[in-house]
Design a protein around this ligand. Structure first.
Ligand SMILES: Cc1ncc(COP(=O)(O)O)c(C=O)c1O
Length: 408
C-alpha cells in the first residue's frame, strides 16, 4: 500500500464529517461514513470497517476498485505525460478515439470530463446540425430523465420541475418533455420543429426504467422519417453495465449521437460524445473545445477499461451475474410484500419498494453494504461488474435481512 504521508494527521471519521460540514458547499446529503480504501467489490472506511460495494460510485467503478490494469496504466501514464493542450494529439487520445468509435460503430468522438459536459456538448452538436439543415432546434427529452447538472441538462429536465425554473432560471429555452416508453407521445410531436430526441435506454436516476425494444425501434424509425437526431445517453447504462458493451447493442438500435462518461474511466473523470458523420460534418474548428477533455491520463485509462471489457467472456459473465442477482431479487419479492417490482438489465437493477427506499439504504449501510435509493422508492443496485457469485449471494441475503427487520 502507498505511504499515506499526505493524510497521516487526518482526523478520525467524526471530525472529517465536521470538517466537511464546515467547509464543503452543502449540496450533498452525506451518509455517515468516510471511505479510505477499495479493492474489487470491497470498500473500507476510515475505521477499517469493510463494506460490500453495490453502488460502484454510481455505476463508475465497473471494473472494481484498485483494478490491477487500471492502477498500472495510471502509474505508467503519470510517469510519461499527464496533460498537453488539445492543440496537440497524443498516442492515448488518438488510440482511444479509434477504438471507441470502432467499438460503438460511430464515426467521430469528442472527449470531455463528465457526463453533464457530454450532454451539454451533444446539445450543441444537435443544434448545429439543425442549423445546417435549416430545421427546428427543439430538443425532446423523457419524463424522469436525468442528464446532469449544467444549464442545458437542467433545461432538459426542467419542464416537469417548476422549482428548477424558479430557483435557477432563466433556464435555456427549446426543450420539451414527453412520457418515456410512449410511442404515440413522440409521434404527436415528431415534426421539422424538433431537432433531436434524447433517451436513456435504461433510466438510472429515474428509477431503473427500462425502455421497451419496440419503443426504441419505433422512435428510431420516426427519427429517420423526420430527420430528427436520436441521442442515447448511455452515461449510466453504457460500458458493460447491462451485459452489452453499450445498451444500444441490446436493442439493436443505432443512435446518431451517444454519450458516455462514468465507467469509461473507472473513477478517472472522462466523458465522450460519439456521433455519426452526418452530425460531425456540420462541425468546424472552434465550435466546441476543452482544456482537460481527452487528456493522456484519462484516455490511457479509458483505453484500458475498454480493452478489459472487450476481453473474451467479460460481457458474458456480466449477463450471467446479472441473471443470478435478478433471480435472487425476484425470489425475495416472493417472500417480501414490501417489494413491488424488480427490474433492470445485467447488473443495473432496481428493487422497487412500497415506501421510502432510503430506509433500506441506511439499514444496508449499517450491515456493511453500500447501495443507493433513487426515485424515492427504488433501491438501485449497480455493483462493480467483477462482483463474485458469493458476493451476489451476500448482497441478496443482506437485503432479505434488512427487509425482515422492516416488517417486524
Ligand atoms: C444518464 C446520466 N446522464 C448524465 C449524468 C451526469 O453525469 P455527471 O454526474 O458525470 O455529470 C448522469 C449522472 O448520474 C446520468 O446518470
Amino acid at each position: 500500500m502507498w505511504e499515506q504521508h499526505l493524510f497521516d494527521d487526518a482526523p478520525v471519521s467524526s471530525s472529517l464529517h465536521a470538517m466537511d460540514r464546515e467547509h464543503y458547499l452543502p449540496v450533498f446529503k452525506r451518509l455517515p461514513v468516510a471511505f479510505a480504501m477499495g479493492k474489487g467489490c470491497q470498500l473500507y472506511d476510515t475505521d477499517g470497517k469493510k463494506y460490500l460495494d453495490a453502488l460502484a460510485g454510481i455505476a463508475v467503478c465497473n471494473l472494481g476498485h484498485a483494478h490491477p490494469a487500471v492502477n498500472e496504466v495510471i502509474r505508467r501514464q503519470s510517469e510519461e505525460l499527464l496533460h498537453v493542450s488539445n492543440f496537440f494529439i497524443t498516442k492515448p487520445q488518438a488510440m482511444l478515439a479509434q477504438q471507441l468509435t470502432t467499438a460503438a460503430q460511430m464515426d467521430h468522438v469528442f472527449l470531455c470530463n463528465s457526463g453533464t459536459e457530454a450532454f451539454e456538448g451533444a446539445v450543441k452538436l444537435a443544434r448545429k446540425y439543425a442549423s445546417a439543415m435549416g430545421r427546428g432546434k427543439t430538443i425532446v427529452s423523457m419524463k424522469e430523465a436525468f442528464h446532469g447538472r449544467t444549464m442545458a441538462a437542467m433545461a432538459a429536465m426542467a419542464p416537469g420541475k417548476p422549482e428548477m425554473q424558479k430557483d435557477f432560471g432563466p433556464i435555456p429555452e427549446g426543450f420539451i418533455q414527453i412520457p418515456f416508453n410512449d410511442t404515440e407521445a413522440f409521434k404527436k410531436i415528431a415534426s421539422p420543429e424538433i431537432g433531436a430526441v434524447v433517451i436513456e435506454p435504461i433510466q438510472g436516476e429515474g428509477g431503473i426504467n427500462v425502455a421497451r425494444k419496440e419503443y426504441l425501434m419505433e422512435v428510431k424509425a420516426l427519427c429517420d422519417q423526420h430527420n430528427i437526431l436520436l441521442i442515447f445517453d448511455e452515461i449510466q447504462c453504457g460500458m458493460g453495465r447491462t451485459g452489452a458493451l453499450f445498451a444500444k447493442d441490446l436493442y439493436g438500435v443505432q443512435p446518431d449521437i451517444m454519450l458516455l462518461a462514468k465507467a469509461l474511466g473507472n473513477g478517472i473523470p472522462i466523458g465522450a460524445i460519439l456521433c455519426d458523420k452526418k452530425v460531425s460534418q456540420t462541425i468546424k474548428p472552434g465550435d466546441h473545445g476543452t482544456t482537460f477533455g481527452g487528456n493522456p491520463l484519462a484516455c490511457a485509462v479509458a483505453l484500458t477499461v475498454l480493452r478489459e471489457m472487450l476481453k473474451p467472456g467479460f460481457l458474458e459473465q456480466v449477463k450471467q451475474k446479472g441473471n443470478r442477482l435478478k433471480a435472487k431479487l425476484l425470489k425475495l419479492k416472493n417472500n417480501h410484500d414490501s417489494i413491488t417490482e424488480v427490474r433492470g438489465e445485467g447488473l443495473m437493477l432496481g428493487v422497487e419498494v412500497d415506501g421510502d427506499a432510503k430506509d433500506l439504504v441506511t439499514k444496508l449501510l449499517k450491515k456493511g453494504v453500500v447501495a443507493n435509493a433513487t426515485a424515492n422508492n427504488v433501491l438501485r443496485l449497480v455493483p462493480p461488474l467483477i462482483i463474485s457469485e458469493e458476493e451476489i449471494d451476500t448482497l441478496a441475503q443482506a437485503i432479505h435481512e434488512c427487509l425482515q427487520v422492516n416488517t417486524t
